[in-house]
Every structure is written in C-alpha cells, then in structure tokens.
Design a protein around this ligand. Sequence first.
Ligand SMILES: Cc1cc2nc3c(=O)[nH]c(=O)nc-3n(C[C@H](O)[C@H](O)[C@H](O)COP(=O)(O)OP(=O)(O)OC[C@H]3O[C@@H](n4cnc5c(N)ncnc54)[C@H](O)[C@@H]3O)c2cc1C
Length: 300
Amino acid sequence: MKPADFDYTVPRTVPEALDVLADTGRDVRVLAGGQSLILEMHLQRIRPDLVVDINRITELDHLTTDGGQVEVGALVRHGRFESPHVVLGPLGRLFSLAVVNIAHPPIRARGTMVGSLAWGHPASEWCAIATALDAGIRLQGPDGAREVAARDWFLGPLRTARRPGELITSIRFPLLGEDTGVGFIEHRRTHFCFAQVAVAATLTVRDGVIEEARVALVNCADRPVRAHAAEQALTGAEAGSPRSGNRLPDGHPFVRAGRIAAEQDAAPLAEPYADPEYRRQAIAVLVGRTLRQASEGVAT
Ligand SMILES: Cc1cc2nc3c(=O)[nH]c(=O)nc-3n(C[C@H](O)[C@H](O)[C@H](O)COP(=O)(O)OP(=O)(O)OC[C@H]3O[C@@H](n4cnc5c(N)ncnc54)[C@H](O)[C@@H]3O)c2cc1C
C-alpha cells in the first residue's frame, strides 16, 4: 500500500517545529528516523495530515555528558551506540550490548533512540533500558519544557505521557560507576524479529555483596517492566562466584531472582509463537543469565 496524502514540512529550529506541532486541529506527526512511522503510514494504520520532519534541526543531534548524566538528543541514531566507547563507562557497554539486537544495520543507521521512546513499543530495547535506569524524557511544547521520568512515561502499548504538540528533545541517563556491571540478553525467533523476551540489568557490588540491582524486562507485559520484586530479592545477597561452573545452582540468588521476576514482576501476553507460560520460562532463564553477565563485568 501507499501512504494516504499528507502535507510535509521541514523546520530548521525547535521553535519552528513547535509552531507547526501546535496545530492540534490536525493529525500532526514528527518524523525522526521514520523506521516505525513510515511503515505505519504505508500500511495506512497512521494517516497523518501533516508530517514534521525534524532531521534538519541540527541542535537535536547531540550526545553530551554533564554532571554525571548523558544526554541523547532526538536525532542520535541507534547505530551510534554500537561502539561501547561513545558513552563513558558501563553505560556505554550496556548500550552497545543492547543496540545490536535492534533490527539490522540500515534500520539502526536511520532510527533514533528518542524515536523508540516516542513510539513506546513494549519490545523496544531502549524503552527497557530507560526503565531500568529511570531515565528522564525531556520535552518542549505549548506549555514550555518539562521532563518525565521513564517510570511515568509508558502508559500501554504505543501509548506514552507525551501531550499533543510536544516534541521530545532528548533523553537523560545517569552515568554508571565502574563498580556497576551491566548485562543485556535477548531471545527472539529469528535474527530480525522483535524480542520475544529480553532483559536489561545492572548490578552494583561492594565486597561481594549486591548493593543495588536494576532489572527491566522487554516484551513481558503491555509496556516495559521494572522487576522490582526480583531487585528486592537481590539486594544484600552475595553475588557469589559466577565463573565457577557452567550452570548456576538452583539456590543461587540470580536463579531465584529469575523465578521471582517471571512469577511476580512479568505479565506476559500471548503472541503467535510464544504463549505466556513459555515466556515465563524464558524470563526466568534470561534474568538469571543477564545477572550473571552483569556480575562478570563488575570491576573488582
Ligand atoms: C524491520 C524492522 C525491525 C525493527 N526491529 C526493532 C527492534 O528489534 N527493536 C526496536 O526497538 N525497534 C525495532 N524497530 C523500530 C525502530 O527501532 C525504529 O527506529 C524506532 O521504533 C523509532 O525510531 P525512529 O527514529 O525511526 O522514529 P519514527 O519512525 O520517525 O517515529 C516513530 C514515532 O515516534 C514519534 N516521534 C519520533 N521522534 C519524536 C520526537 N523527537 N518527539 C515526538 N515524537 C517523536 C513519531 O511521530 C512517530 O509517531 C524495527 C523497525 C523495522 C522496520
């Protein structure tokens, strides 16, 4: 199919973009990488009256570090994060572990991290990482600028707290210290499919004891999920010695956390190739493996 007719405009500055986005009488859509929007327009599931192409607003193409935070502008493409060195420390490693799971190189060359947060797909890797780290989504709109914490951002599948007329300008993540290990593991049917289940985790370990654990689940509910029950079970537990042996014993805190995440934190829906029971089993296994990966990366 071809898209329905639409008007198209290319602002050069954020205020120009906000002017056109303020036209609330029409269905006005921001175009960033176009890797979700254009597909939906071709399928005519979205039929915008006006498309606002933000790709010429150079001020949105920034990736900066300041005061312990990394700010990712709305035009920073997925592919930028394939190198673990683009962002300092463990956060850069976490981004690089996750990004290779997003589609394939041409899509990663155009699609943007902010576009993923704006789209709010429950199977999005970036949405889960933003949830794990409680990133801040920064917006400008008719009522000025505001920042929304990731925990308040996702309202359901493809539904976010963005208000009409607002442009997301950037996302802010806290940098992670070298005492924090990171993990990201994904399970999907074929290489280019969206995740059936994936897990993002960070572990901060002091003297062999887990001081803080952050775990987020991809595609395990109608939105990204922070696995609070699993995190609580991990806090204060001994990280153990994950390098000994191939399989963690049943009573290991990571294995236990996997079971808790699957039973208490996740609310998996049925999909054509994965019923909720299968997905709960996958969650339990993947949470354990991802925590193990994170513990192996902690600087000791
Ligand atoms: C074959 C295929 C496989 C894919 N696999 C994956 C995958 O495994 N994981 C994954 O996460 N994604 C996947 N994607 C989606 C891809 O990551 C998209 O890039 C991403 O979802 C949206 O980013 P974008 O920059 O392309 O946004 P666009 O497509 O331009 O926009 C998406 C939506 O967000 C809005 N929007 C975008 N930017 C802003 C902004 N700054 N302010 C306000 N609204 C905005 C748009 O109006 C639109 O409604 C896949 C896509 C395809 C085609």
